[in-house]
Design a protein around this ligand. Structure first.
Ligand code: UGA
Length: 431
């Protein structure tokens, strides 16, 4: 199939590459000319393991190209996928400016029958708005489809090539066979539904996963008070197939470009129809408070933090990405600076991005984890990178001023800690 993908962010770029990998002819379009030039030179604007290999293979096979010419891309394609951003407005509502702009441009470019599918996460009813906008610009016939995206950063290519399920929302049943066939090379778990339900499935899924995380984080806070171990509790709970073992890792809460944005947007979507989503509001509040567990534990172990030196391991919102959007590290670092601490920061890939958006005289940028720990009064692990899991903890007592390790992601086992001579504090586990 000839496909145009509008928007080369995470979702657009990865989807475009994966549709090309499956033998389609894909043009990825972006209005940012610099980004397109970089992509044409096979440089990925996002850090994602393996992405450049996939890009190169498909560009060389002439299945994938990059362009800033939306009109031409739309004219050459039968399927147009909208994958532009829907960032949060100050109210928490999704900003649909880029969606509306893309829909208008698609409408003006149309030269025959097209399928316009939305992959961006959009509030219920947005696909109907897209239909109206396009219809206002063209006499050409077209269909609207909702194909929400469920990929995770850090494993985006694998998630897209081997998804657990694909959701397709449509109202013209004649399209079903075409859309199912397009996706059948990825999985046979294809769920076809109406457009509004498809839009809602995306928000409900992210909100549910965020709820699981805040739930286990609250359980971890109780575990600390009653002497239970949240890791054991999560393992035991997860054995029940109705609960499942995933997304029950207690820590300093979720971040990223999706859960924070989508939970707030769903609260707004509900509010717009006079429904107060109480449970989800609590999920958001619990998540915000959970970040400060690290500060609480630092204060418990060091007393006051003025003039202390704190090593920070990990800045990205999760491992295998350089994405720092809504990362817990940002608020923790701001709070520590406010308390007078001097910070030594290290992250395997996210330091460049962090430095671009946040720098301060109290910050020293370090070359590796051990360097960040050198002369520190405490080290806080904020992102569960594999590199930190594999570090030999017994070295820390030789380089640190005080051997205090606060593990915000519960990455170390009792065996790893035993014999390392550290004062070790984690989340929801006995000290
Ligand atoms: C999330 C969803 O998992 C994807 O299915 C969805 O497609 C995507 O949002 C999106 O809407 O585009 P992502 O934000 O890449 O994907 O990251 P996750 O792996 O879900 O992690 C989100 C956050 O939750 C991270 O900060 C992670 O550290 C935290 N987390 C995750 C926990 O604190 N505990 C857990 O048990 C799991």
């Amino acid at each position: 199939m000839d496909i145009a993908v509008i928007g080369t962010g995470y979702v657009g770029l990865v989807s475009g590459i994966c549709f090309a990998e499956m033998g389609n002819h894909v043009t990825c379009v972006d209005q940012d000319i610099n980004k397109i030039e970089a992509l044409q030179n096979l440089a990925s604007p996002i850090y994602e393991p393996g992405i450049e290999t996939f890009m190169e293979r498909n560009v060389q096979a002439e299945r994938l190209k990059f362009s800033s010419n939306l009109i031409e891309a739309v004219r050459q394609s039968e399927l147009i996928i909208i994958a532009v951003g829907t960032p949060s407005l100050p109210s928490g509502e999704a900003n649909l400016q880029y969606i509306e702009q893309a829909a208008g441009e698609i409408g003006r470019a149309m030269n025959g029958r097209k399928i316009v599918a939305t992959k961006s996460t959009v509030p219920v009813g947005t696909n109907e708005k897209i239909r109206q906008i396009i219809a206002g610009q063209t006499e050409q016939p077209f269909d609207i489809v909702s194909i929400p995206e469920f990929l995770r950063e850090g494993s985006a290519i694998q998630d897209t090539l081997h998804p657990d399920r694909i959701v397709i929302g449509l109202d013209n049943r004649e399209l079903e066979a075409t859309m199912v066939e397009l996706h059948s090379s990825f999985t046979d778990q294809i769920f076809v539904t109406d457009i509004r339900s498809a839009e809602m499935i995306k928000y409900a899924s992210n909100a549910f996963l965020a709820t699981k995380i805040s739930f286990i984080n609250e359980i971890s806070n109780i575990c600390e008070k009653v002497g239970a171990d949240v890791t054991e509790v999560a393992l035991g709970m997860g054995k029940d197939p109705r609960i499942g073992p995933s997304f029950l890792n207690a820590g300093i809460g979720y971040g990223g470009s999706c859960f924070p944005k989508d939970t707030k947007a769903l609260i707004q979507i509900a509010g717009n129809v006079n429904y107060e989503f109480q449970l989800l509001k609590s999920v958001v509040e619990v998540n915000k408070a959970q970040r400060y567990k690290v500060i609480e534990k630092l204060k418990q172990s060091l007393g006051q933090l003025n003039n202390t030196v704190i090593g920070i391991w990990g800045l990205s919102f999760k491992p295998n990405t350089d994405d720092i959007r809504e990362a817990p590290s940002i608020e923790i670092i701001e709070a520590l600076i406010g308390l007078g601490a001097r910070l030594k920061l290290y992250d395997p890939v996210a330091m460049g991005k962090f430095k671009d958006s946040f720098d301060h005289p109290s910050i020293t940028w370090c070359a590796n984890a051990l360097d960040a720990a050198a002369n520190a009064d405490a080290v806080c692990l904020l992102t569960d990178w594999q590199e930190f899991k594999e570090i030999s903890l017994s070295q820390l007592i030789y380089v640190m001023e005080q051997p205090i390790l606060i593990d915000g992601r519960n990455v170390y086992s009792k065996e790893q800690i035993e014999g390392a001579g550290l004062h070790y504090y984690s989340i929801g586990r006995p000290e």
